[in-house]
Design a protein around this ligand. Structure first.
Ligand SMILES: [Zn+2]
Length: 343
């Protein structure tokens, strides 16, 4: 099991980020990795606060992940750093996670949006010759989530984070199914933790849709718990099932796809139907939250979505799900889309 040493969720945490960064680096210089927008708003204040106490270098992420990793490798080979502080959205956190893992130094993850569960997971989303895939890295040493900053981001990101969370509903069902059919190990504890993070979104959907302060914090906590569930399981299994395979397939088929969590949310409705589970509950939660809850809201045409569902099981033949068991054909998927009121 790999777990974060420290998780802080709260408000006005700039001073706290600096404090945690200094602990993580044991007094050695710190590499701060930021995104373009996060640097102008939040990263600058954090960097200045840390710079008052120790030497820092700031790197701004501008290109794709593999190019960024090359650049950061060079920075890391020239100077000795005690820790990396990644401040930004998904790509910044992924680049920071992969770099810290490679260099064997600690990472302080400071998410500025809550759009998916990568905030606190040991996984990194990569792209290889246009094909997205995820690989294991290390769990962040610390996660500092400043709700003041996350709250300022457009609602679409938070709604996407909720889509990634309701996905745990079918991900856990897929894992259980695989355990029954293939004998794969099933971790009851990590599965329960992941399942709980979907359940909490179902229960709070209306409040999240109204953007109640406490509900934003709840989403952040659930995303971190999902990441921790992956750390306990030692893989993304509790958090990623058939719905994620469809989301990955859509990522391959569409050049500028909807957000990861948006794709996962809509796919979860369909996979819940396939599992003969409470798909209406998933759909109505997404709709209350203000996340896409059908194909037109997702902005994906039916033909592309059908193709994605059919190709999904081949994306990871080793990860057994309901799609591997039933292998629906194009016409099956069309019928299911109608039944789930998605098309
Ligand atoms: Zn996900």
């Amino acid at each position: 099991m790999e777990l974060p040493n420290l998780i802080i969720i709260g408000r006005s945490l700039i001073g706290k980020v600096a404090e945690v960064a200094l602990t993580a680096s044991s007094g050695q210089p710190i590499l701060i990795i930021v995104g373009k927008t996060s640097y102008s708003i939040y990263g600058r204040s954090v960097s200045e606060t840390i710079a008052n106490k120790t030497s820092i270098e700031v790197h701004q992420v501008e290109s794709d992940i593999s190019q960024e990793l090359e650049i950061i490798r060079k920075i890391l080979s020239k100077n000795k750093f005690g820790a990396i502080v990644g401040i930004g959205g998904g790509k910044v956190i992924d680049v920071s996670k992969a770099s810290a893992h490679e260099a064997g130094i600690r990472l302080v993850s400071v998410p500025t949006i809550a759009s998916h569960d990568g905030i606190a997971s040991p996984m990194v989303s990569m792209v290889d010759s246009g094909q997205p895939y995820s690989r294991m890295a290390s769990m962040p040493f610390a996660i500092v989530a400043d709700v003041d900053v996350i709250e300022k981001a457009p609602h679409r990101y938070l709604a996407s984070g909720c889509g990634d969370l309701v996905a745990k509903y079918t991900a856990v069902k897929d894992w259980k199914l695989s355990h029954k059919i293939t004998g794969e190990y099933f971790g009851d504890y990590s599965a329960s933790l992941a399942y709980m993070s979907a359940e909490i979104i179902f229960r709070n959907a209306k409040k999240i849709g109204k953007r109640r302060h406490d509900s934003i914090r709840t989403v952040v906590e659930a995303l971190i718990s999902a990441g921790v569930a992956m750390g306990i399981a030692g893989s993304s299994r509790p958090c990623s099932g058939s719905e994620h395979l469809i989301s990955h397939a859509l990522g391959r088929l569409i050049e500028d796809p909807p957000l990861h969590g948006e794709r996962c949310g809509v796919s979860t409705v369909l996979m819940a139907l396939l599992h003969k589970a409470a798909w209406r509950r998933v759909k109505s939660a997404l709709s209350s939250i203000g996340a896409p809850s059908d194909l037109s809201e997702l902005g994906v045409d039916e033909q592309t979505f059908v193709k994605a569902v059919v190709m999904a099981p081949d994306i990871r033949p080793d990860r057994y799900t309901i799609l591997h068991k039933l292998r629906p054909t194009e016409s099956d998927v069309r019928r299911m889309l109608k039944e789930a009121e998605l098309g």
